[in-house]
Design a protein around this ligand. Sequence first.
Ligand code: SF4
Ligand code: SF4
Length: 193
Amino acid sequence: MSETFDHGGGAPAPGKSCGTCTMCCKVLQIAALNKKHGEWCPHATPGKGCGIYADRPHECRKFHCGYLSSNMSEEWYPLKSKIVLMADATGGITAVVDASRPDAWREKPFYPQLKAWSRELLGAGKYVVVRIGKRAIAVLPDQDFDLGPMEMDEPLVIETAPGPAGGPIYRARKPDPGYALRAGAAPASIKKE
Ligand code: SF4
Ligand code: SF4
């Protein structure tokens, strides 16, 4: 089943609720609490909820993950999938994965859907990135690029080169000059989008 990611962000979609999920209280960074990626919030009771619900920070109040704010199927419920979907600043998709199941995103139906979104979004200059703690993996149509530790707001550079069949091949890198190509093509053959 092909899923439509529509991160309205403002409110849960009709019929959706967090239920007993507290996955975002683990995998996301919460600046107001000085909480890092992948660490349980001290106020969270896994499987139950927030211990300071009435007084939770604004960051928590305004957050609705992609599952919650769209009509995505129950397979994507973060408590089970271990994947919290969110829109990035450019309208791309970030899939934040629970480090206790770091390969969850590679499973079906998640991986084929991430690839489909990647194909869909690249034409509009938007990307799909998997995050496991601070580790970032760019999911591109033809291959994936493990970029290692990156900040959430650190920009990603996507480059294209002509592929053997005539269509483009894509590569991702950090925007630093020390970057080493992982796909084996000579840098001179790469052109930036
Ligand atoms: S990850 Fe999504 S469904 Fe789970 S608690 Fe957070 S907002 Fe709710
Ligand atoms: S304050 Fe509450 S809602 Fe916010 S991360 Fe902690 S447990 Fe979750």
